[in-house]
Design a protein around this ligand. Structure first.
Ligand SMILES: NC(=O)c1ccc[n+]([C@@H]2O[C@H](COP(=O)([O-])OP(=O)(O)OC[C@H]3O[C@@H](n4cnc5c(N)ncnc54)[C@H](OP(=O)(O)O)[C@@H]3O)[C@@H](O)[C@H]2O)c1
Length: 268
């Protein structure tokens, strides 16, 4: 079947909005940058690889860590690449979020990646002896963090060329997929962040900002070390590149939808 004019225009729009490196092309010439990205929890795991990939693709990267002095790999990245800056940010701290937003007031941020997350201690999630302090900590990190950070940096994103906010959610947040009681804090937090960020998508739509909710799949990070050898885990750099591609390819029609690393829709 011949593609319609509308389909061709839509495909061209996606291609233009997709950074060159996400399309498998080369990074821009040395000294040139293609935009600015802020990644939370950029000191290890998926966040670190996302930061590395954007930096390699010619972006300025603001990588945040709650303990910058201990962020060895992120500091090494910043040392090797002048476009990478390390900032302190505990995503549960309103004061730290507001202070960072004040520091970057007036600076355009093309892509805001809410990556930082925790699962909570499995032993504290057993029904009958639930630890509500731990529950609150998971919710503060995984749900309130992305909401507050999106709110604090919305002017930066709206002032940018690419205008994108993303959250690294999880298929564990799919209510339709639950058939047993397992990790209710983590699952509850990811279902909640999906709902919160879907609302954010509508709140920022008239500013032209696109919101991506993306599941990276099971990835071989510290978070999944207990699953090593029990299930196939994805390589961290592969997962980071997939996440970046989904962020880049999300159109306004797909804003606020729940997508997996290959761009397929996940059930709520
Ligand atoms: N790995 C998977 O299979 C998988 C699957 C689905 C979704 N995800 C999601 O992907 C994201 C990254 O996970 P990951 O696998 O890379 O986990 P990870 O290796 O455990 O890294 C988690 C990151 O989040 C940071 N973080 C945690 N609490 C924070 C806080 N209060 N303030 C600032 N940073 C904080 C950690 O910083 P510290 O070093 O200071 O602790 C670390 O940088 C999470 O949102 C996770 O839920 C992961």
């Amino acid at each position: 079947m011949k593609p319609t004019r509308r389909t061709l225009i839509a495909l061209a729009a996606v291609a233009l909005a997709t950074p060159a490196f996400a399309q498998g092309m080369k990074a821009p010439a040395k000294g040139k940058t293609v935009g600015t990205v802020l990644v939370t929890g950029a000191n290890r795991g998926i966040g670190l690889e996302i930061a590395k990939a954007y930096a390699a693709g010619g972006y300025k990267v603001i990588g945040t860590a709650r303990k910058p002095a201990e962020a060895t790999d992120l500091n090494a990245l910043a040392k090797s690449n002048p476009n990478v800056t390390v900032e302190q940010l505990d995503v549960t701290s309103d004061a730290e979020i507001d202070a960072l937003a004040a520091k970057y007031k007036g600076v355009a941020i093309d892509i805001l990646v809410n990556n930082a997350g925790v699962t909570g201690d499995t032993n504290k999630q057993r029904f009958g002896s639930i630890d509500y302090t731990d529950f609150a900590a998971v919710m503060l990190t995984n749900v309130k963090g992305p909401l507050k950070i999106s709110e604090a940096f919305i002017d930066n994103v709206a002032a940018s060329g690419q205008k994108r906010i993303a959250v690294i959610t999880s298929s564990e947040g799919s209510i339709a997929g639950v058939t047993a009681n397992r990790q209710p804090f983590y699952r509850g937090s990811k279902a909640a962040v999906n709902m919160v960020m879907r609302n954010v998508a509508y709140a920022v739509k008239d500013k032209g900002v696109i919101v991506t909710l993306v599941n990276p799949g099971p990835v071989d990070t510290d978070m999944m070390k207990g699953a090593r050898g029990r299930m196939p885990l994805r390589e961290v750099p592969t997962a980071a590149k997939d996440v970046i591609a989904v962020i880049a390819k999300t159109t306004m029609e797909k804003t606020g939808t729940f997508q997996s690393f290959d761009g397929t829709d996940l059930p709520w």
